[in-house]
Ligand binder design. Sequence first.
Ligand code: GLN
Length: 282
Amino acid sequence: MLSKTVSDILREADALLLSKFEHSDAQYYLRELMHARELDLYTQLDNYMDEDLNKEFQAGITRLLNDEPVAHILGYSWFYGRKFKVDHNVLIPRSETELLVEQTLIEVKDYFHHEHLDVIDVGCGSGVIGISLKLEAPQLNVDMVDISTEALSKTKHNAERLYAEVNVYASDMLSVPQLNHKKYDVIVSNPPYIENDYELDASVSNFEPHLALFGGIEGLDFYREILKQAQGLLKSPGLIAFEIGFNQAEALHFEIHQYFPNAVIKVVQDYAKLDRMVFALV
Ligand code: GLN
């Protein structure tokens, strides 16, 4: 029974999702399913919906209504124009983190007068930051570390799929690089920075790894740990690039100066004009 058009189906799904959430992922989800079938959503709107496609779409909508993130239903997420595989073992990359990559590339160009820099991405998760940096600036030497072996296998998988030549190590923060006595020009990280008692949406708290989200009572534990370990690991000059929570800039100023009293610090905002990144030249 082919009585509904793509546009009818989309409208129904939107109505369902918007009765529960502020935002509907129906259109994005359908567009991704159609892309996989090499169809263009906008030229299909008045066509009858294919039955198999509709079955898959409806199953996905049910999962979305159950708070499951669209990235888990698809099994991937887009980041800096590339497709990264994700699952429940890694943080789903956020668009704010694309800004961290973009701005880090700018800062690196401004600060350093040579190109072959040693960079380490701490808490790499799915691998989006380090892999994107390597693919955008192939002259960088990029090491990536995470404590979670499941996350590391995602990083490795994504690096292989995207042909990014990065080195991946299992490490509790910077302990392994320390053992190797290697020094870095740039430390970049989007560490877990949410305050432990912050109440997250069910789609985040039920589906994303808490290990990748929470950073202690004030959300600052991992910044402190990285800064402490960075003292012996950064070359001079060295650059620290952190993603931060919108209310953490002042605390980060303080923390960075505890470990690097002469650091020159720059805070950069996201598109919503919220403090989102901090760069420290030390
Ligand atoms: N570096 C990864 C990202 O930014 C993972 C970050 C994390 O797990 N806190 O998506």
